[in-house]
Ligand binder design. Structure first.
Ligand code: GUN
Length: 283
């Protein structure tokens, strides 16, 4: 079967260009740039890399960006003090607390201190609750990026059987809710699911968000399925997706590459959420 690429790089670039133009225009009008603060605690190399990419993207989008790097021995109370200062800072419209936090910190509790109006990751209970209810609010960037990518290529969602693998609060669970809100029939599989293939083989749209290299093989994918790979892992310095792309591609009608699929969309959606937070404040 001929497959087509869900080209996250292209869609992300187009989105970022639009955002950069709008940010410039709004800055001229209001005299303040959209601002994103990224808080990084500790020195996890993957987190450092993500944070640098986010900073670079902000600069390119004509945003103000503030990186706050804290030593891994920083106390939870001190991290919360930093967040509370950012909540009050009028130049900051979005706050992103890079996860994972060092051992011993309560991620949910620290995240709950981010003002919901600045919670551009959409992890605060207020925003998660709004997604649950199908109401407006900040949607986590990776699932939002997945939905945007599917919609960009005019792929019908309503009535489709969607299978999501992974139930993280960052990707799997919100992705399931988003697609349910789009009238798909959603199944969420996870580490305790018995015989995952039985579910994946029935999926019209298969989304994998696990972080296990090449977990998804051809015999797990229905002919003509739309395959979205939201999992990345590194083995010996090499980046892998959850989907064995070369093996699976000929069963798919649409498929995301890794890299160049969901990853770039996540950053574009972070900028979009930050611009949304800014507009809510200034308009
Ligand atoms: N760590 C891995 N992915 C993410 C994300 O989307 N947001 C934050 N804050 N941390 C992460």
């Amino acid at each position: 079967m001929d497959y087509r690429l869900l080209d996250g790089k292209k869609v992300s670039n187009e989105t970022k260009e639009k955002i950069a133009k709008e940010a410039k225009r709004l800055t001229d009008d209001y005299g303040v740039r959209p601002g994103l603060a990224v808080v990084l605690v500790g020195n996890d190399p993957a987190s450092q890399l993500y944070v640098n990419m986010k900073e670079k993207a902000c600069k390119k989008a004509n945003f103000y960006s503030k990186l706050i790097q804290l030593d891994e021995r920083t106390s939870q109370d001190d991290v919360i003090d930093v967040i509370e200062d950012l909540n009050k800072n009028d130049n900051i419209h979005g706050i992103l607390l890079q996860l994972p936090l060092p051992n011993g910190m309560n991620e949910k509790f620290v995240n709950s201190k981010i003002s919901p109006e600045k919670d551009v990751d959409g992890f605060h209970a207020i925003n998660a609750g709004n997604l649950f209810l199908g109401d407006k609010g900040f949607i986590p960037c990776t699932p939002k990026g997945i939905l945007r990518l599917i919609k960009y290529y005019d792929i019908e969602i309503e009535g489709k059987d969607v299978v999501v693998i992974g139930r993280s609060n960052i990707v799997g669970k919100p992705a399931g809710l988003l697609l349910l809100n789009e009238n798909a029939t959603v199944t969420i599989c996870h580490s305790k699911t018995r015989n995952i293939s039985e579910y994946t083989k029935k999926a019209d749209i298969l989304i994998s968000a696990v972080g296990r290299p090449h977990l998804i093989k051809k015999d797990m994918v229905k002919l003509g399925a739309i395959v979205v790979d939201a999992g990345t892992s590194k083995v010996d310095g090499k980046l892998y997706g959850d989907v064995d792309f070369e093996n699976v591609k000929n069963n798919a009608s649409w498929i995301t590459p890794v890299p160049g699929g969901v990853g770039p969309m996540t950053i574009a959606m972070l900028l979009e959420n930050t611009l949304e937070a800014y507009k809510k404040k200034w308009k």
